[in-house]
Design a binder for this molecule. Sequence first.
Ligand code: PLP
Ligand code: COI
Length: 355
Amino acid sequence: MSNSVTSNFEVIKAKTSRINQVDFDNLGFGKYYTDHMLVCDYQNGSWGMPKIMPYQPISLEPSAKIFHYGQSIFEGMKGYKDKDGNILLFRPIDNCKRFNISAKRLAIPEIPEEYFMEGLKTLMQIDGDWIPTDNGSSLYIRPFMFATGEGFHASPADKYKFIIALSPSGPYFSGKVKVLIEEKYSRAANGGVGYAKAGGNYAGQFYPTQLAIDKGYNQVIWTDDTSHEYIEEAGAMNIFIRINDTLLTAPTSDRILDGITRKSIIEIAKDMNIPVEVRRIKVSEVVDAAKNGTLTEMFGAGTAAVISPISGFGYRDQDYDLPILKDNYATVLKKRITDIQTNKANDPYGWRVQV
Ligand code: PLP
Ligand code: COI
């Protein structure tokens, strides 16, 4: 850990902790925030030193460009505590790198890796008591960055804020996940921002997702924007499909988020001798497989979702239920990845980082 960076961080501690106000048995997802947050401001062409301060509201000018032109990106990560009380992160450098990939695409200045990493570690140490250890719970970490610079001119802002907030959280989905394969609306297009974690990507999904929710589904599975013939990803997770014994997932592209859970699952599955194919998947192939009984599993993979089995999908006004397999891949892969994340198993990949 670089002393020179952390020793320059200003830390203002909260006078009292709010931790006793939180019902850790009913966390839900992303509803509670810890006592502190990390804040770092960009102005005059450079990032200032990160500061840790009590979690609190922020004040912005109505003309701040975030409100008008949506220059805003975020990340999603999780922190865990093992049985010895060690604080653990999972592949955090990958999130930091992806954050800066998103920043570049949205014309936001990149954050220095050491500010992100050392800032996060210091914050995690300060709010370490907030990390839940119950099965399925963790400290959800939300780094985000947005335009604070003012002006109605449609051009990049000259001021930005980088914040990391922490939220003790339970599972993202509370029950079965039923998805709708979408053919009309698109999440992303070639040359667009689909591969970035831009706030606007999520805003654009809310309306079509609500239409799907109204019909009884939980998430939309997006198809490619040109033909709508190929499965891409879901609103908040990448998608895996098991046909016979082979696990399929779409290749990443301009339009698909390069999920850290996705790439970890691909590696773990291969090491468990599960046949994996990363290739374009036709919707018709999945529908045919559902009809002839060879579609045995579908699941979503993401930081918030972990591995979420899909119970069925809708396509062209027809519902297809998935069987409940005893020896399903979702269960073994979820156990393997969460055991690595929480230090219940050795980590041969070097993904786990102790804070
Ligand atoms: N796809 C989308 C659109 C997401 O929002 C997420 C969540 O971060 C993922 C996929 C999964 O990515 P990761 O595994 O890195 O969390
Ligand atoms: C995550 O999995 O961390 C995400 O960013 C998904 C989010 C929309 C909750």
